[in-house]
Ligand binder design. Structure first.
Ligand code: 5GP
Length: 177
């Protein structure tokens, strides 16, 4: 549609980064383009406008960029899902598998009130491991995930399907097959 085609055009694909065979979807070119950046945030704002959203949970670090602007526009609070070791207060941790090794995401224990309605945001869904771990953290606190949202889906990697299989509605602005 109107949003997704123009935003998709603004994404830069960098071949063989961070390693040979990987095509990295670089969103800095969207952020640098004032029209594309506005359309990107508007896409998310339109999606959730008029819904009762208490908080936007944003994933470290590119999710922070989208989540911050979205929370501001929705008049919602902003919660940071961080990589392990960055949050100073009492936390919950979820470990998840990477292609090689494991990673962890962390959340402050008082980040949500039980029953809070939450949109979880990141820039991209690949295997879905990051979003799944983040959503487990949010559910452990007793908040309700209204939707998992990302700018980009890589459907061939199966992440968005896996999230939906876990009962999480998924919204993505554009996708690369
Ligand atoms: P997943 O956990 O779904 O396999 O990977 C998604 C996470 O890795 C996101 O936090 C995202 O920022 C990062 N990521 C993986 N591949 C890419 C890519 O090609 N472009 C961008 N911008 N982020 C990526």
């Amino acid at each position: 549609d109107y949003f997704s085609e123009s935003i998709k055009k603004a994404i830069r694909t960098v071949p063989d980064w961070p390693k040979p065979g990987v095509s990295f979807r670089d969103i800095t070119t969207v952020l640098q383009d004032k029209t594309a950046f506005r359309k990107l945030i508007d896409a998310f704002v339109h999606r959730y406008h008029g819904e009762e959203i208490d908080a936007v949970a944003a994933v470290d670090a590119r999710g922070f960029i989208i989540g911050s602007a979205l929370a501001y526009e929705l008049n919602a609070s902003l919660v940071l899902v961080r990589k392990k070791g960055k949050l100073p207060f009492d936390t919950l941790v979820e470990d998840y598998e990477l292609e090689y090794g494991t990673a962890s995401v962390e959340l402050h224990k008082d980040a949500f009130k039980p029953g809070d309605k939450v949109v979880l945001v990141d820039d991209l869904i690949a295997t879905g491991g990051t979003m799944l771990a983040a959503s487990r953290l949010i559910r452990r606190i007793g908040a309700e995930i209204i939707e998992v949202a990302a700018m980009i889906d890589l459907p061939d990697l199966g992440g968005s399907r896996k999230l939906q299989d876990e009962g999480l509605p998924v919204y993505t602005v554009c996708s690369f097959e």
